[in-house]
Design a protein around this ligand. Sequence first.
Ligand code: ADP
Length: 310
Amino acid sequence: MNEKPEKFIDENGLRLDGRRIDQIRDINIKIGVLERADGSCYLEFGNNKIMAAVYGPREVHPRHQQKATRAIVRYRYNMASFSVEDRKRPGPDRRSTEVSKVSREAFEKEIFTELYPKSAIDIFIEILQADAGTRTAAINAASLALADAGIPMRGLISSCAVGKVDDTLVLDLNKDEDNYGQADMPIAMSTDGKITLLQMDGHLTPEEFKDGLEMAQQGCRQIYELQRKALLDHYNNTQKEIIQDASTESTTEEESTEDPAILNNVPDNGDISNDNEINEDIPDKEEEEGISDENEDDIVSDETEDDTHE
Ligand code: ADP
């Protein structure tokens, strides 16, 4: 661990890592990095390196956790042994349990859980390298992994911390500022400006609290723009790849150099299937499987029964 610095902010108003007091650390985002997860994101926030994986909506195990009217959201924050300077003992501890709880609560109201009764949405966070602000960085990654998994949400959740060093408010604390600073206040915010997480260590005056909150909200808005851009870039590129594949196949299989008809069939969302053809070939699923109104009623009554166990 570094020694406590004499001063955190120099005469030019710059911090020890060269940032202005209202400047967040650099963020790097990669979406859809894990093949086996439904959604994933690798995110670097300064020297923090974080992997988020999302599974679901899927069946709930153990079953007694399931809710009849909505999906449950589970969040597991885990620090790898090698993520910190001295090896961390593997497995959950009080801190990771607390971080998991508050982070889950930051997302719960933002996800349309009512669309998936009796199911689970699981968010797994692995901190590969920690350098202060891991819970906020993890929330930013989790938000993108949820979007990548196609989980319907009211918006994205963006998160960063504000703190106090040398009696001055600073945005997004680095490790020394976190260790030796006077206050640390991580927040998470929804796209429409609702605060979904707020914690605080240390001391702030009511005035500082108000200004600090405004500063952190400003940081979250910047992070939101980066998250939004990362999602747009990812899906634009994926769409381009699909179109590219379609045109390559058409040249090899049909030995034609150009077939505009294929590209004309590509709708805006990049889905290259020709719906009309598929609908003609596949028989009505309900008819074939004998799904009737009666069976649907069974499902509803199952839920009603379960309601009484909630
Ligand atoms: P956050 O990472 O969200 O800021 P904390 O304020 O609890 O959460 O932790 C600050 C930093 O302290 C972490 O980012 C990490 O670098 C370090 N840290 C946390 N837990 C441990 C641990 N068990 N061993 C060593 N360093 C740790």
